[in-house]
Design a protein around this ligand. Structure first.
Ligand SMILES: Cc1cc2nc3c(=O)[nH]c(=O)nc-3n(C[C@H](O)[C@H](O)[C@H](O)COP(=O)(O)OP(=O)(O)OC[C@H]3O[C@@H](n4cnc5c(N)ncnc54)[C@H](O)[C@@H]3O)c2cc1C
Length: 382
């Protein structure tokens, strides 16, 4: 366990919450996944169970379907789940923050309770074949007609789990491309609208996480716009800032379990593990410790009411480094997990390679740190 929040808030209150959650978990164990049940469908079932128990959206205001508690309470729940190796609370925190900050009152009251309950599953339609890191260069357009409706045309790519989703947080260009950062707008796109085609892509490891999303003359109403026209860039930056935080993604306690396994193995096999491997394990322990300390700091900032900003690029780099080194080392220490039914670490190792790409690549995080945190002068190469 990360033991993350003990020096914040009211420890007795948090301990009570943890106790209640442990009692609930004892009565509601993680169900078994059906033989042919796709992972997203299984996780959705778990999401609904957690929500029915009152364990989703703890830090979302009550009027929008949450429990009006603090981010610390949600972290405590994630921590308990991670410590049992159970899937975390669904990764919707970043979408919820975008709606809380930019959505109209009507959107917040309608969309947030449904999102938290899993009544609507959302995906994120930002990246395109020609616009990933350079999001501002996207070409999907939403043109407003005389009747106030928008007509959307374009293509999105890498849209995770769109085939299992009901709604998409869509980013499209509504203004002239010269003013990239003020010409993007965000929409709620129902995926069953005429003109929307979702095509899953099969990845090399057999997964079908990614989708292409084709948009041909899709009609959207003004009420589908999130925030003002032209506020899409700011909304996207808010979304990815929350997406880059180890707390919001609930990864910390999962890493913690593996660090513990590595540490135990290092003690058991102290004499027989090669020195290089011992120092790799040592590095994992240090990386993880740095990430936990850093996450504590973020928690304190969040509790003080500070919104996520460019500092989250540091979080993302630390998270990526910890995750990739951890699984690389684990594969060397537990080579048996490369094969057979127990090969869970191998799957996680493969997925960890994507950590330096999704949510913005590591190079892009370094650019953000250089420009926005260190204020280094541009080198003229963008
Ligand atoms: C597992 C996974 C899930 C994803 N899910 C979604 C999703 O649900 N929705 C969605 O919209 N997108 C999603 N993505 C897409 C992801 O956001 C993009 O892959 C990412 O932003 C990089 O864009 P790109 O693939 O077009 O690479 P490119 O932008 O083409 O980058 C290629 C390489 O060039 C480097 N590079 C580019 N520009 C610069 C620069 N200015 N300075 C230095 N280096 C640079 C990059 O770091 C990278 O190494 C997902 C990606 C992955 C891997």
């Amino acid at each position: 366990m990360t033991d993350l929040p003990l020096d914040f808030g009211d420890p007795a209150d948090l301990e009570r919450l943890r106790g209640d959650f442990r009692a609930w978990l004892a009565d509601h164990p993680l169900p078994a996944r059906g033989a042919d049940e796709p992972v997203p469908v299984f996780l959705h079932r778990w999401h609904r169970m957690l929500h029915a128990g009152g364990w989703v959206g703890l830090d979302v205001p009550r009027e929008y379907g949450g429990r009006g508690l603090t981010p610390l309470h949600q972290v405590a729940v994630s921590d308990e789940l991670g410590a049992r190796g159970a899937p975390g609370v669904p990764r919707i925190g970043y979408l919820a923050h975008a709606l809380l900050k930019f959505g109209s009152e009507e959107q917040r009251r309608h969309q947030l309770p449904r999102m938290l309950a899993g009544d609507d599953v959302w995906c994120q339609g930002f990246s395109e074949p020609g616009a990933g890191s350079d999001l501002a260069g996207m070409s999907t357009r939403a043109d407003r007609g005389a009747d106030g409706h928008y007509t959307v045309n374009g293509q999105k790519l890498w849209t995770s789990y769109a085939q299992y989703s009901d709604l998409c947080l869509l980013l499209a260009r509504t203004g002239p491309s010269a003013s990239a950062h003020t010409s993007l707008s965000a929409f709620v796109l129902p995926l069953d609208r005429p003109g929307v085609t979702v095509r899953p892509l099969r990845a090399a490891n057999g997964d079908d996480e990614f989708c292409e999303l084709f948009l041909d003359d899709v009609r959207l109403a003004e009420a589908d716009l999130i925030g003002a026209e032209g506020a899409g860039w700011k909304l996207a930056m808010t979304t990815v800032s929350y997406e880059r935080n180890a707390l919001d993604t609930g990864h910390l306690s999962t890493y913690g379990l593996l660090v513990e396994r590595l540490r135990r193995r290092a003690h058991e096999r102290r004499g027989s593990l090669p020195d290089g491997l011992l120092s790799d394990i040592g590095r994992c322990v240090v990386d993880y410790g740095v990430l936990v300390a850093h996450s504590r700091r973020r928690t304190a900032e969040r509790l003080a009411g500070r919104a996520a900003g460019p500092e989250s690029s540091v979080d993302k780099l630390l998270m990526t480094r910890t995750e990739q080194r951890l699984y690389e080392t684990a594969l060397k220490v537990f080579p048996e997990e490369l094969h057979g039914a127990g090969g869970e670490i191998f799957g996680d190792y493969l997925y960890s390679r994507a950590a330096s790409v999704y949510g913005g690549t590591s190079q892009i995080q370094r650019n953000i740190i250089a420009k926005r945190l260190l204020r280094l002068p541009a080198d003229g190469r963008g």
